[in-house]
Design a protein around this ligand. Structure first.
Ligand code: SF4
Length: 378
């Protein structure tokens, strides 16, 4: 699918039904009907950064800060295993008190005491620290780039560096992680062109996981007065991500369910194949307030599991067995019907070496970047 085709499908005047139907078919053919459940532990809402859209940004004095202890997180992981989930996802702000050494020690304990796959989502680290976390047994890492538009990235994340973000993604790949990234849809100042570039970049990065959520304005942030993104746009982006990546794992995100009660179900019908039920301790759920109206802040983990199973049943889908590792190694060279040759990504996006294979292959190497450390913790 080329950029013009993507722009056509992103146009709100275009009927999305054929796009969503194609994405559902590509999902069936390349990842099947089963849905992977990843238990999400939001273990600290401390963050040293000041992303202008984020409710747990360092400058937000209105939220109650918390961080879980290793023992509390381990208890969550055991609960995830008990609920039959294949993966525990450990997510936090960039909390200096939960540095890479502490994360590595925790990962080792979880891997030793459970059979779970471990996904980390803890922001930017140094190249050496990513290697240490991988050596400790972490299987996957999620690090969203949020937008491929360099100018917009700078506005959204004033104390982050665009190039460092992508350098971290390359380091994660080099360290041997299954790598996930993603974007927000409907950001103020986001253009259709930049969203088309986001989609093309998902493919070029060879991502194992792709997460897309609608932008939801948080009143306690500098972007609190902006309008929310539309679910329709996030669904079009999800469908396009499915079509171009074919077999990446794509979650029906909590943000989709927060902006529309049927948001996650709709995403599962147009390409998504993952759900991330929250297994954080109930007393802290409400404090991980990235945006207002977040769902699943009052339920116990068992209730979320029951809710998710009921959702899957209503859709005629079932839980996937196993860990839900990346399918990229099993990718077939055939392209889905309805897709055409690819176009180059627009100006401002990170470089890709000419002649590199794209779909299903690892495209990025750290040789494309200058030596040095990311701007994150080390
Ligand atoms: S988006 Fe991530 S890095 Fe930025 S303030 Fe929020 S938690 Fe911190």
């Amino acid at each position: 699918m080329n950029k013009d085709e993507i722009l056509h499908w992103l146009n709100p005047d275009t009927d999305p039904a054929p796009l969503l139907a194609l994405a559902d078919r590509v999902r069936r053919e390349h990842v099947g009907g089963a849905v992977h459940l990843r238990g999400l532990v939001e273990f600290s809402n401390y963050c040293r950064r000041s992303c202008r859209y984020c409710g747990i940004r360092a400058g937000n004095a209105k939220i109650r800060r918390y961080r879980l202890t290793p023992g509390e997180i381990l208890a969550c992981a055991r609960a995830a295993a008990g609920l039959g989930y294949g993966t525990v996802v450990l997510q936090s702000g960039e909390d200096p008190a939960w540095g890479p050494r502490e994360l590595a020690a925790l990962t080792e304990r979880i891997k030793k005491e459970t059979a779970l796959a471990v996904t980390l989502s803890t922001g930017e680290h140094s190249r050496e620290d990513y290697r240490m976390l991988r050596a400790a047994g972490a299987d996957r890492f999620l690090l969203r780039f949020e937008t491929s538009d360099r100018r917009l990235f700078g506005e959204l994340k004033p104390d982050s560096d665009y190039d460092a973000r992508f350098r971290c993604l390359a380091w994660l790949r080099e360290a041997g992680f299954q790598v996930g990234s993603g974007v927000m849809a409907g950001l103020p100042g986001q253009t259709p062109e930049s969203m088309a570039d986001d989609i093309l970049l998902f493919e070029r990065l060879g991502l194992d996981m792709v997460g897309i959520g609608p932008f939801i304005a948080n009143p306690d942030t500098p972007m609190g007065g902006a309008g929310n993104g539309k679910l329709d746009l996030a669904l079009r982006m999800t469908a396009l991500a499915r079509i171009v990546t074919r077999n990446a794992h794509i979650p029906a995100t909590t943000a989709m369910g927060s902006i529309d009660p049927q948001g996650r179900q709709k995403a599962l019908r147009c390409g998504a194949n993952v759900l991330m039920p929250n297994i954080s301790p109930a007393e802290h759920r409400v404090d991980y307030s990235l945006y207002p109206g977040k769902i699943c802040t009052g339920e116990a983990p068992e209730q979320c599991a029951g809710c998710v199973d009921a959702m899957l049943k209503s859709l005629g889908r079932e839980r996937a067995a196993g860990h839900g590792h990346s399918l990229k190694v099993q990718i077939s060279p055939a392209r889905p019907a309805g897709c055409s040759p690819k176009a180059p990504v627009g100006e401002g996006a990170p470089p890709v070496r000419a002649g590199e294979p794209r779909n299903g292959s690892r495209v990025w190497g750290t040789g494309e970047y200058p030596a040095g450390r990311a701007s994150g913790r080390s």
